[in-house]
Design a protein around this ligand. Structure first.
Ligand code: MG
Length: 237
């Protein structure tokens, strides 16, 4: 279920302590339609590319997750039988607010409606076995997204994303560590395909990906602004 609510900042600067979600009918989130596509960026943090034995490419590496994979806060990540290792990937997501076609880097910021925490759940063994990542990234429930926060309510230059599994921190990354920043990504992607309001760009994951399994609880926080928490279960028959 894609809940189009907006989480508003409660405390001045988010530390993760005392964070509390507030939602508002009619906020920016209410004007965001369901995404026509989710564009993900691979290997966009140097340390994560290194941990997978790769490097940041010369141009952004992009792939899709299907909108059918989206789940909201509290819904279960379902692990299918026989897929092997499945990892969490904490990512800063950008939600597009206006149609963007071939925008340049300077115009790109105007296209951002909101930011959200996103979990690019990945069937890692499947990813390694397939040349295309559609299967590894596209299972139902493999895209938890937290409530979007209006772009003008955040300090977009200082966003931090964290992953916790069973309360233990695994990943922490700053938007400042992105190899390709948000304006560059919007310019690059919109030069290929028209971005529509509601479309989501997942900007890549920092180092620290690791396996999740049934019984785990995974939390992705856009620190100080929004969280998405999901239990992990075996996919029901
Ligand atoms: Mg990813």
């Amino acid at each position: 279920m894609w809940e189009l609510t907006v989480a508003k900042r409660r405390s001045a600067k988010g530390s993760g302590e005392g964070w509390e979600e507030e939602t508002e009918e009619g906020g920016v989130g209410a004007n965001l339609p369901r995404p026509t596509k989710i564009i993900c960026v691979g290997w966009n943090y140097h340390a994560h590319a290194g941990e997978l034995g790769s490097a940041v490419p010369a141009e952004p590496l992009i792939f899709f997750k299907p909108p059918s994979a989206i789940i909201g806060d509290g819904e279960a990540i379902e692990i299918p039988d026989g897929v092997g290792r499945v990892d969490q990937e904490a990512e800063i997501a950008v939600v597009i607010g206006r149609r963007a076609r071939r925008v340049d880097v300077k115009e790109a910021a105007q296209c951002v409606a909101a930011y959200a925490p996103l979990n690019d759940v990945t069937a890692r063994d499947v990813q390694r076995n397939d040349d295309q990542w559609t299967r590894a990234k596209g299972f139902d429930t493999f895209c938890p997204v937290g409530p979007p926060v209006a772009a003008d309510a955040v300090d977009a230059g200082k966003l931090t994303i964290v992953a916790r599994v069973n309360g233990v921190e695994r990943q922490r990354g700053s938007i400042q560590q992105l190899a390709f920043g948000v304006p560059q990504l919007i310019a690059f992607i919109s030069g290929i395909m028209t971005l529509e309001p509601g479309d989501i760009i997942a900007t890549g994951t920092p180092a620290g990906v690791g396996p999740i399994q049934p019984g785990d609880s995974v939390e992705i926080e856009l620190v100080g602004y929004s969280k998405v928490r999901n239990p992990v279960i075996a996919r029901p028959a």
